[in-house]
Structures are given as C-alpha cells and as structure tokens.
Design a binder for this molecule. Sequence first.
Ligand code: GDP
Ligand code: MN
Length: 400
Amino acid sequence: MDLYEHQARELLDEQGIPTPGAIFAQNSHEVAEAADRIGYPCVIKAQVKIGHRGQAGGVKIAHNRDEAVLKAESILPMTIHGHKVSGVLVAEAKNILHEYYVSISVDRTSRDYDVLATANGGTEVETIAKEHPESVKRLHINALDDFDLEAATQMAESIGFYHADTEQAAQILLKMWRCFKDNDATLVEINPLAKIGDPDDESSKQLSALDAKISLDDNAAFRHDGWKRFEDPIVSDPFEQRAREHGLHYVHLHGEVGVIGNGAGLVMSSLDAVSGAGEEQGTNIKPANFLDIGGGASAAVMAESLEIVLSDPQVESVFINVYGGITSCVEVANGILEASAQLNNAKPIVVRFDGNAAAEGLRILATANNPTIHVSETMEGAAARAAELAAKAAGKEEVR
Ligand code: GDP
Ligand code: MN
C-alpha cells in the first residue's frame, strides 16, 4: 500500500526525522484555518499517490490567507496523471539551500536492502540517474548486520553530504532505517531531503524532509491492525466522490431534502430554511446535502447535480434555489425539465428562482404539466413546501 505524503510525514515524524510543520486540509475553510496556524509563506501541496506534482502545478507557495485559499481551490479539483487529489497539505515554506535524495527499499535480487542516495536531489531519481549517473550512490544494508550509527555515518560520508551535514545525515539515515523496519515498509524515500535555512547564518542550517514517499508491505498489514489509520478518505462517501469528479461542491448531510443552488451563501441559507421548516412543522426534516453548482447553472450541470442528489436513497424531495445571472432562469427551467424527464424522476422537486428572467422561468415550470415539479416565489415558501413533501413521502406526518 502506498501512503499519501501527509501520512508518510507522520511516520517520519514519529521517528524524529525533522519535517516542516504541516496540516492536511480538504476544503477552503480547512485550508484557511490551517494556513493561519502554519504561518506565511506556506506551501500548498496536492495529496495524490503519484510523483511529479510540482511539475503538474500541484505544489504552490502562498504568502497570505487569500492566496492560500485561492491556490488550494485551484489544486483541490485537479487530477494529476490520472489520480484525483484527495486534499492538500499546508506546509511551512522553507528556504532551500540544497536538495538531496535518499531512499531505502527492498532489493529482491540480492535479498537485502538498497540505499539509494544523491546530492543532486529535487527531481525524480530516474531523471537524476540518467543525467548524472556518477552522482547516484547505491549502497546496501545487509539483512542480518546491524545498521548502527557508525555504519550510517560511513554511508553519509560516501554519499557526499557536505561536511557540515554528515552528522545530521547519519542520524536521518538511521531513523529512516528504523521507520522502514518498524513499519514493515518496502520503500521509504525522502526527496528532497533539503538543507534549509538562512544562507548567511550557519547555525540556522539543517536538513529537513520536505517530501516523502512510503510504501508498506501488504503482507504485513495484520501486524499493524490492517493499517486502519491510513484508510483513504477519498472513497469514504460515494456521493461526494461523484460530485468531486464533476467539479461540483457537494457535502453529504444525511437528511431528507436534497438542496441545489448557485453560490455558497445562497445554498447555506437554503439549508437553514429547510431545517427551520422541519422544526416548525414538527417533523424534524433536515437537508440531505449541500450542493453549490457555481456560476454557470447550465442545463448540463443541473442534470448532473439532480442525478447525484436523486441517487441518494435518503432523499425524498429536492429544493432547487437559483439566482439567475449570466445564465437566465429560463435556461435553468428547461434544464430542470430535461433532466427530470431523462432521469424518469418521481420525487417532488420544488423550485424557487430569483434574478434574471425568474418569473418567466417559474412560468415555464408551472405550465409544463409535470406533476413532480412545484414552484414558489420565496425561499421560505419553497423550503416549507419541500420539507412538507419530504415528510409526507417519508411517512413522517407532523406530530402535533
Ligand atoms: P513532487 O514534485 O511530487 O516530488 O513534490 P515535492 O514535495 O518534492 O515538491 C516539488 C518541489 O517543490 C521541491 O523539489 C522543491 O523545489 C519545491 N518545494 C517543496 N516544498 C518547498 C518549500 O517549503 N520551500 C520551497 N522554496 N520550495 C519547496
Ligand atoms: Mn518530491
């Protein structure tokens, strides 16, 4: 099993290998909070189980909170070399003086362990090996011999760590070895293992692991409680995963009224209106999800959104709250009718429009003769209607 960078750093951290402070975040809100705690500048790094993130635009520096959120929002929907981004790591940005590469892996042919290292780190080791083959050192740790500080120091010297780094490099090599053994890893790679600090202040310089890749031996999972702590968060909710694939902002809330709107503020108010109506009607009906379709609100986006929301078996009714802007409510109305027909939908949909061509859009829906589609002029009215219809379908009549 391959680990995400943030999980790999956790294991390095446990061995006392220096890594810059970092917090894992999965949405704008978490990123803002994380960045404020880490401080500025910070690095926003895509969490995917694949290398070359830097070149793919998945590693960016931010100098303040707004920049951190903006850069995270450009990275979170990304797919890098076929891998969907599962979140971002917000890490302290360090001043890099030099980049090394070090890895320990299983060598199946010689039945021992390979240490691969070079003073030309930063890029992928395959590239370094091609361009500067003489700089890449391959050393072995014998499976039966003890790899101790003396052996680690010898190794650090032969790798060519600059003199002042040798002692710390040896410590890190030893700790990498412990990380490798303790966790039954097949690979522990640090790239870059960077010399960081102020170029004019010798005492500030030190080695730090800025990126890490760790693979664990699946055959040893039983010895580690099945590695439950490393379960992939991206597959936890299938609805959220599907929405992410379509670039939609969706949060699963597990109530009965599906909510679709454009603009985060409008969708939040819609959620409050549904919860309020559920309380007032004494049914305790709640929103099933948050879904912000953003600015476009085209027919195609509406169809995708409706499909995702309606596929949730807990959803009994849908509340669509759209503010017509560049896309007029007439287009949105036609999108809703098309999608509803395409999906063979039987669940009630309550629509409220405001803005560009709102009245006309509502008229189209009202006269479409589709018994599942209801319209309302106000947000409160629409929310109340949607809550009422959901309660009826769920058999939760009011308890007064
Ligand atoms: P990868 O491309 O997937 O291997 O991602 P890395 O985490 O290795 O980041 C790629 C490159 O971004 C590194 O080699 C660094 O040059 C740069 N980088 C990463 N973290 C920092 C940092 O804290 N400060 C600076 N200045 N650059 C960084
Ligand atoms: Mn790297």
